[in-house]
Design a protein around this ligand. Structure first.
Ligand code: C5P
Length: 287
């Protein structure tokens, strides 16, 4: 069985003071996008976690998608062996939720393999990571708590996004820690006119983690200024960064924008919103 695991963007992210458990309460508008990894899971003679094509899987057995599949297997109370293979396309440490998307797809696939109901998968999701509950559901949602409280919204599809990943590595815990040190700054407000009409007023108007991300990687602000100049519109940061994006009328306009981005980005893509976090693309009878 193979599934497509979709990345997400944050359209606004408000952060509250660090809780005693170390997490920060959030309020953010999350949207799944058609930039995806492929996750393959099947029954096997022995446990295998690999990159597609047989290469080394980033982080090996500690990989979040593998841990998700094991959590479902443990929940089902079986010791059946399985092979998980991951074909990565979503950039890592980019604020696009790639690892969480893979984990959500692995939950879904393992749920099929071991006959575990969706409701039970939803209970396992928060223990794997703050973005996994959203990625398991996908589409458009207002997200609260540390990421586990979802208020689904009707997904608009009448726009596209140009996304650029600047050559800066940002680890999420480091960005949250810097946000604490900086005295809990607020992100700059994005004017409502910069958003597609269906998204206006739906979520918080800026990304509070932006000042912290810039404090760690100052060239991020140069990238944003340059993209704003070239694209002629406000540019937003997704999650804890460094991915930067703006809204366009359709995919061809977003493609033109991506082609006009400065050289040297880690990645750049024109994408569209999608209504799910993951989906099965071929199902070989549960194997
Ligand atoms: O939940 P997850 O493992 O993805 O979180 C990674 C790190 O991001 C946490 O250890 C924490 O430092 C930070 N985080 C946070 N508040 C959240 C989500 C993540 O402080 N709501």
């Amino acid at each position: 069985m193979r599934a497509r695991a979709h990345a997400k963007i944050n359209i606004g992210l408000r952060v509250g003071s660090r809780r005693p458990d170390g997490y920060h309460p959030l309020q953010g508008l999350f949207q799944s996008i058609d930039w995806s990894d492929l996750v393959h899971l099947e029954g096997a003679g022995e446990d295998v976690a690999e990159a597609a094509g047989g290469g080394e899987l980033l982080e090996g057995w500690a990989n979040l998608a593998w841990r998700a599949a094991v959590a479902v297997r443990d929940h089902a109370g079986t010791d059946r062996r399985m092979r998980l293979s991951l074909a990565k396309d979503i950039p890592t440490a980019a604020g696009l939720g790639g690892g969480s998307a893979d984990a959500a797809a692995a939950l879904g696939l393992a749920g099929r393999l071991f006959s575990v109901a969706r409701r039970e998968l939803e209970q396992l999701a928060p223990g794997l990571g703050s973005d996994v509950p959203f990625c398991l559901r996908g589409g458009l949602a207002l997200v609260e708590g540390r990421g586990e409280v979802l208020h689904p919204r009707t997904c608009a599809s009448d726009y596209a996004l140009g996304i650029v990943v600047p050559p800066i590595e940002l680890a999420t815990p480091a960005v949250f820690a810097r946000w604490d040190e900086l005295g809990e700054p607020r992100g700059e407000e994005v004017p409502a006119a910069a958003l597609p009409p269906a998204l206006r007023g739906e979520g918080p108007p800026g990304n509070d983690l932006y000042p912290a991300a810039v404090a760690i990687g100052p060239t991020l602000d140069d990238w944003r200024a340059e993209l704003e100049a070239r694209w002629g519109r406000p540019v937003l940061m997704s999650g804890s960064g460094p991915s930067l994006y703006a809204f366009f009328l359709d995919r061809s306009e977003a493609e033109e924008a991506v082609a006009a981005a400065p050289a040297g980005a880690r990645d750049a893509r024109a994408v569209a919103p999608v209504t799910r976090g993951w989906e099965i693309i071929d199902d070989d009878a549960g194997e």
